[in-house]
Design a protein around this ligand. Structure first.
Ligand code: ZN
Length: 332
């Protein structure tokens, strides 16, 4: 398996290689940082690095991609590599799943190179499941590496966080991200997609692959029509609900910010001419309050939430001069 060569991960890859060479590989890693930076592929690469059967001294050429372990991992059949995530159609990792993993980790390593488990997203561990993981984090079987992945480390119990070595993934400088994206695909407005993706290159790439260039235009037209009361918020919500919550919330936040900036800046049309004009009637204070509402919706994403309903409550205010927060039935 060829390891993903994301340039922004290079320092972290070097850190892992050094740890392995100096035999200081921790028992537990917490991979934290925004979505869209490739934390899961990185964990896959660390699994390869640790379990690769090439001589340990050859850190530079590990993972070799050719040995038995490397081939097993590529095929997803390595008997010492485990992957723990919520079962299909579930939001949470259950305690039974953790118990099963803990039991497997306590057995002898099949290839005698240790065992690796990736838990993602770690914030989907129920508190019972997290508790049952604690003992393994405290007294791991020798040669065991647990990798927990999360974009919301604050949601993990402090007892878990404190037992992991933290690997922080940060957004690369825009020029570096744009250069990498342009190498993947020329002729796309990457700076705009990066802005919408919070600066994360893989988030920008996902937006591009989802045809977001056109979506951007139709979202703007919808919002303009809502302000001018030419469209019904419920039918707009019906259309938008086919996009991921992250996409819609990211777009709404970005657009609201642009509308606010547009009030202070005479240069350009930051949110699109038609929309900026239509939004002139909206009170600035309400635009700021609306940003809070978008953030509250984002914080609620982890809890069971009817997305269509949440979207309606985010779109209705636009056709009602951004109804104040306290009147909002869901996020108020
Ligand atoms: Zn190998």
């Amino acid at each position: 398996m060829s390891a993903p060569d994301f340039p922004w991960q290079k320092p972290l890859r070097e850190r892992m290689r050094r740890a392995l060479l100096q035999q200081r590989m921790p028992h537990a890693l917490l991979l934290e940082g925004p979505e869209g930076l490739g934390k899961r592929p990185f964990a896959g690469w660390v699994s390869l690095l640790v379990l690769c059967e090439a001589p340990a001294a050859e850190t530079e050429t590990r993972p070799c991609g050719k040995c038995r372990s490397c081939r097993w991992i590529a095929a997803g059949t390595h008997p010492d590599a485990f992957d723990l995530q919520p079962e299909e159609d579930k939001k949470w990792i259950a305690i039974e799943q953790v118990r099963e993993l803990v039991e497997k980790l306590s057995l002898k390593s099949f290839a005698r190179k240790g065992k690796v488990a990736v838990i993602w997203p770690a914030s989907s561990l129920t508190s019972n499941a997290a508790n049952s993981l604690l003992k393994t984090l405290e007294e791991p079987t020798s040669g065991t590496l647990l990798m927990l992945i999360t974009s919301r480390p604050a949601r993990l119990p402090a007892t878990i966080r404190s037992r992991c070595q933290r690997l922080r993934f940060t957004v690369p400088p825009p020029a570096e991200a744009s250069a990498w994206l342009t190498a993947q695909n020329e002729g796309t407005d990457w700076p705009r997609l990066l802005e919408l993706g919070g600066g994360a290159p893989l988030a920008a790439l996902a937006l591009h692959e989802a045809g977001f260039a056109e979506l951007d235009g139709s979202f703007r037209a919808d919002l303009e029509a809502l302000i001018l009361r030419r469209q019904d918020p419920l039918s707009v919500a019906g259309r938008w609900s086919h996009c991921t919550p992250e996409t819609c919330l990211g777009w709404l936040e970005n657009c609201t910010r642009r509308l606010i900036i547009g009030r202070f800046s005479a240069v350009g049309e930051p949110a699109g001419a038609g929309l900026q004009k239509a939004a002139k009637s909206l009170k600035l204070q309400r635009l700021f309050l609306y940003l809070d509402q978008v953030n509250a919706a984002r914080a609620a994403l982890d809890s069971p939430l009817n997305w269509q309903l949440a979207l309606e409550s985010l779109l209705i205010p636009w056709s009602d001069e951004l109804r104040p927060l306290e009147e909002n039935p869901i996020f108020g």
